[in-house]
Design a protein around this ligand. Structure first.
Ligand SMILES: *[C@@H]1O[C@H](CO)[C@@H](O)[C@H](O)[C@H]1NC(C)=O
Ligand SMILES: *[C@@H]1O[C@H](CO)[C@@H](O)[C@H](O)[C@H]1NC(C)=O
Ligand SMILES: *[C@@H]1O[C@H](CO)[C@@H](O)[C@H](O)[C@H]1NC(C)=O
Ligand SMILES: *[C@@H]1O[C@H](CO)[C@@H](O)[C@H](O)[C@H]1NC(C)=O
Ligand SMILES: *[C@@H]1O[C@H](CO)[C@@H](O)[C@H](O)[C@H]1NC(C)=O
Ligand SMILES: *[C@@H]1O[C@H](CO)[C@@H](O)[C@H](O)[C@H]1NC(C)=O
Ligand SMILES: *[C@@H]1O[C@H](CO)[C@@H](O)[C@H](O)[C@H]1NC(C)=O
Ligand SMILES: *[C@@H]1O[C@H](CO)[C@@H](O)[C@H](O)[C@H]1NC(C)=O
Ligand SMILES: *[C@@H]1O[C@H](CO)[C@@H](O)[C@H](O)[C@H]1NC(C)=O
Ligand SMILES: *[C@@H]1O[C@H](CO)[C@@H](O)[C@H](O)[C@H]1NC(C)=O
Length: 501
């Protein structure tokens, strides 16, 4: 017996006339026979069963104390934190975890003497250990993997990652809890989209469990948070910013970890986080990925951006060693809710914290949220074109920044500071894709100035500055690349997020 659908397709293929394919300049093989998808929709299913009974045998996942049962998670789907808002008490301890640093900067060295491998003809240069296995690699010689942090660097990096997973678990659930179904529908998000957000929250409880296990008993725990948003648009916008530094923070350190095993599992969780970031961009009506490469940033940048949203942590929650840089405010950061980003007014985000979302309660006739017009709509979608891009090279960028010495983070128990050798601010550093580019800062007042958006490309045709990206103020133009970006930290004066696209 033939499946019914095969017959139907064969029948249609012989009847329907193919629509002309678009002509792509320079593409010479466009007459390849393709199946015609433009069938008239006259035979859609209206009842959905009974289905075919396929062969199967009864099975179920073991649970509880049964052999092979999955390990428990460190948190239920919904978090323990039940209150939100600012912290008003006095911290019992302050400052980043520290002992006695050996210096203020790491000296710049030549390449490692062993970094010389070059293979000009593509043959094997060393004897293979076993068939089909070229020589080399780390963790490939048969040693048993140990999925635990192997240094203070590893511990502090994964502990930072865990702080990030905990806020995401709370945040995604919080949005579902505080906004009604009608609020979501008004922002263009359906019941199925809400289920997706809920699923993302559950992923976070798995990530939190994984990171906790790789740290051991001193792993940081769930804290209490203080969020900036008051609308669904601002919620998803905040999420796309927060997951951007969550993801980029990991790309920045993952290849520096001592433990390759931890790096392996972390990569497999950050791949999921990267998908979350893209989905929150789509829910915000932004281009899903207007870049060719995602940026990596140093841990202290991720911590600086995250900490202002943590109001308090339990007394024994393990503290971090990373730096909190002062907030850099991009006064005219493009508002993602406007069809004309050029019309963005000064300070059009909902607060003064560096990654606060764009203000979504602008006048209706200036908003792109509910438009139904290609190039102008910014409602949720798989992809959006913006006829008027959010930003463009050469755009004047107005900046203000906070002084160091402000209390920040859980229990206001950390203090913002500038890089250890940083002098007066003179440059703006743009961290986007594979590039770290400087533009000159023109001071216009105390902790106030302007620069312009740079125009460089990563590779031909890929403007470096785009997407949700990072900007810092520095005192000099230190040349850094993706694997040594953190060398710039002793020169950083303030840090912000720029919504370039
Ligand atoms: C196996 O490789 C690791 C590095 O991945 C190295 O530390 C260890 O000494 C090697 N062991 C043997 C037996 O070669
Ligand atoms: C904090 O205290 C709780 C409750 O006593 C305990 O379960 C947890 O392991 C402690 N955490 C740390 C990092 O000491
Ligand atoms: C932070 O605040 C919480 C809630 O008030 C309190 O339980 C905790 O002990 C405080 N932690 C520190 C380090 O002050
Ligand atoms: C958002 O913009 C509207 C209109 O300009 C203004 O009334 C409102 O105060 C702004 N909201 C915030 C949180 O700044
Ligand atoms: C948007 O416009 C298209 C084409 O004009 C129309 O088919 C569609 O129904 C409109 N959608 C909404 C939500 O108004
Ligand atoms: C979307 O933008 C691209 C260039 O970024 C352009 O080539 C294309 O025509 C646009 N599509 C629509 C439907 O406007
Ligand atoms: C936004 O401003 C730039 C610079 O003045 C200008 O070139 C561009 O055309 C403006 N965009 C629109 C849509 O008017
Ligand atoms: C960012 O990418 C989008 C999509 O390709 C493009 O339309 C926009 O002009 C880009 N923005 C900048 C600043 O290059
Ligand atoms: C951007 O990064 C690429 C890859 O490292 C490099 O080749 C290029 O020169 C950089 N472009 C700019 C403008 O810095
Ligand atoms: C960073 O790495 C680049 C090579 O990719 C090197 O030229 C530069 O000097 C390094 N910067 C610092 C501060 O070490």
């Amino acid at each position: 017996m033939f499946p019914k659908s095969t017959i139907a397709v064969a029948l249609y293929a012989s009847l329907a006339v193919a629509a002309p394919a678009p002509q792509v300049p320079g593409y010479t093989d466009g007459d390849w026979p393709v199946s015609n998808s433009l069938e008239p929709l006259t035979d859609l299913a209206t009842s959905f069963g009974p289905d075919s009974q396929v062969s199967a045998q009864p099975t179920r996942a073991p649970t509880g104390t049964e052999s092979g049962a999955a390990p428990p998670r460190v948190s239920s789907d919904v978090t323990g934190a039940t209150s939100h808002g600012p912290y008003s008490g006095t911290a019992t301890t302050t400052g980043a975890v520290s002992n006695t640093p050996a210096g203020q900067t790491i000296p710049i060295l030549p390449p490692n003497p062993t970094a010389t491998y070059y293979n000009a003809d593509g043959t094997l240069l060393e004897q293979q250990p076993i068939p089909y296995t070229p020589a080399g690699g780390l963790g490939t010689n048969g040693t048993t993997p140990r999925y635990m942090v192997e240094s203070d660097f590893d511990f502090e990096s994964i502990a930072l990652g865990l702080y990030q997973e905990w806020i995401e678990l709370d945040l995604f659930n919080n949005g579902l809890a505080v906004f009604s179904e009608e609020d979501f529908i008004a922002a263009g998000l359906t019941a199925e989209d809400r289920s997706l957000i809920q699923f993302m929250a559950q992923q976070e409880s798995g990530h939190a469990t994984l990171l906790t296990n790789m740290l051991g008993e001193a792993a940081p725990v769930q804290c209490t948070y203080n969020y900036p948003f008051t609308t669904v648009r601002e919620f998803v916008d905040f999420n796309q910013r927060l997951t951007r530094y969550g993801e980029s923070g990991v790309w920045g350190f993952i290849n520096h970890l001592d433990s390759r095993e931890v790096g392996q599992l972390l990569a497999q969780s950050i791949a999921t986080e990267a998908r979350q970031q893209m989905i929150f961009r789509q829910m915000s009506g932004l281009h899903p990925m207007p870049v060719w490469f995602e940026t990596g940033i140093p841990q202290s940048w991720a911590w600086s951006l995250l900490a202002p949203y943590i109001s308090s942590c339990p007394a024994n929650c393990t503290r971090l060693a990373w730096q909190n840089f002062p907030a850099l405010t991009i006064v005219n950061n493009p508002n993602i809710n406007r069809f004309s980003a050029n019309d963005t007014k000064d300070y059009e985000q909902v607060g003064q914290r560096a990654s606060d979302p764009s203000n979504s309660t602008i006048p209706q006739d200036e908003s792109c949220v509910n438009l139904n017009s290609t190039g102008y709509s910014c409602g949720p979608a798989i992809a959006r074109n913006r006829s008027e891009p959010l930003s463009f090279p050469g755009k004047a960028i107005h900046l203000t920044w906070d002084a160091p010495g402000e209390p920040v983070g859980p229990n206001n128990s950390y203090t913002t500071s500038i890089g250890g050798v940083a002098g007066a601010p003179q440059y703006v550093g743009w961290a986007s894709q594979l590039n770290f580019t400087y533009t000159p800062l023109e001071m216009t007042g105390e902790r106030e100035g302007w620069t312009y958006q740079p125009a460089g490309e990563v590779y031909e045709g890929d403007p470096a500055v785009n997407g949700t990206m990072f900007v810092v103020l520095t005192d000099e133009e230190l040349y850094v690349t993706p694997f040594n970006l953190s060398m710039v930290n002793p020169h950083v004066i303030a840090l912000g997020i720029y919504q370039a696209g």
